[in-house]
Write a protein that binds this ligand. Sequence first.
Ligand code: PRP
Length: 232
Amino acid sequence: MHRHPTENENRMITIALSKGRIFEETLPLLRAAGIEVLDDPEKSRKLILDTNHADVRVLVVRATDVPTYVQFGGADMGITGKDTLLEHGGDWGSATSGAGLFQPLDLQISKCRISVAVRADFDYAHAVRQGARLKVATKYVAIAREFFATKGVHVDLIKLYGSMELAPLVGMADAIVDLVSTGNTLKANNLVEVEHIMDISARLVVNQAALKLKREPIRNIINAFAGAIGKA
Ligand code: PRP
């Protein structure tokens, strides 16, 4: 039998966040919307966190899963990096994008860049001459594929899930595509940034069906976030 959502589920707003920097930098935005998270995800093992509002809850999910939770309605909205959204798929240049996700705001938090880096002794300019072939290790295969295709450089992509800096050091790849913030990780591993692919920041994403069904409470949160951008 078809199950109708309870009245509680209809009013409940669920926000997907990942632990770490995005979570910390999102707290002031939530506060601007009058929302206080009552648990600390670094201390608690709970995955559903209560807030001071009975009808607002926060899910703690893996960073790469935030777009999936919002797309499939497990969360009404979420906050995630532009890098994660691009890897998830869709055209993120516009406010209304594919995959049932509405992207109304650049929150201007968790800013960094995505770059190409190589060993300091590697001749990158020579390696990317027209028609050359480059071995690239990265977690960001979609971004890397698109970037090198535009440059006309053939790439063999090696998918990694972390510590990408190691790949050029052990001879597994010529280059990496990774997030750079301070540049300290590259420096500590004798790597140099040779191309800046794009700037990254955290984005608010909203499930399009939820936006229709719970328009007012979601609009209130979007407006409060918009008013708080850059002030945190
Ligand atoms: C990112 C990235 C680099 C590091 C760069 O990792 O993968 O390793 O930050 O920062 P820096 O330029 O300030 O040294 P992150 O800490 O986000 O964790 P991850 O390894 O899980 O991606």
